[in-house]
Design a protein around this ligand. Structure first.
Ligand code: ADP
Length: 169
């Protein structure tokens, strides 16, 4: 699908309408991509996040991008991996879907996703990639108003996984 793009690199550098953050439910910052986004956006981002009263797992909330090249940050809360029988797959799918729904509501045309839950939260990378690609493709076929979705992989393993899977489908 030509509206899906794959890159390997730092999501905070991307000039898109919105980047998605792999946030935790406090929305008050953390490690990994969350820490990188807050550092690059500046302290104003944390200030706005404090007003949101957190976010449940599988949901997402939007803020400004402040000093980022991206206009918005969509903070999505993926599940922590607990073995696979605690609804993790559905919660991860929901985090992608809700991010895309919020993008449409805000007239966002280009959006970049990190590999939600596959870092500190320990979600198996291959299964997470299958879920992410499936949800994004399904959403794009229903929503022509989204022009571009970028999978912003960071580690080599995720990059290679996405490259193979996007080639096949
Ligand atoms: P989670 O808690 O949801 O697992 P992490 O931030 O630990 O979130 O990891 C999610 C993914 O983000 C991992 O694949 C990690 O390699 C990646 N990542 C870390 N820093 C960046 C960055 N600056 N840009 C894009 N992806 C990043």
């Amino acid at each position: 699908m030509d509206r899906i793009e794959l890159i390997q690199g730092d999501i905070t550098q991307l000039k898109v309408d919105a980047i998605v953050n792999a946030a935790n439910s406090s929305l008050l910052g953390g490690g990994g991509v969350d820490g990188a986004i807050h550092r690059a956006a500046g302290p104003e981002l944390l200030e706005e996040c404090r007003t949101l009263n957190g976010c449940p797992t599988g949901e997402a909330k939007i803020t400004g991008g402040y000093h980022l090249p991206a206009r918005y940050v969509i903070h999505a809360v993926g599940p922590r991996w607990k073995g696979g029988d605690r609804g993790e797959a559905d919660l991860l799918a929901s985090a992608y879907r809700r991010s895309l729904e919020i993008a449409v509501e805000n007239e966002i045309k280009s959006i970049a996703f990190p590999n939600i839950s596959t870092g500190i939260y320990g979600f198996p990378k291959e299964q997470a990639a299958d879920i992410a690609i499936r949800e994004v493709k399904k959403f794009l076929t229903q929503h022509p108003e989204i022009e571009k979705v970028i999978f912003a992989t960071f580690d080599r393993e995720n990059y290679e996984l996405y490259k193979e899977k996007l080639k096949k489908e």
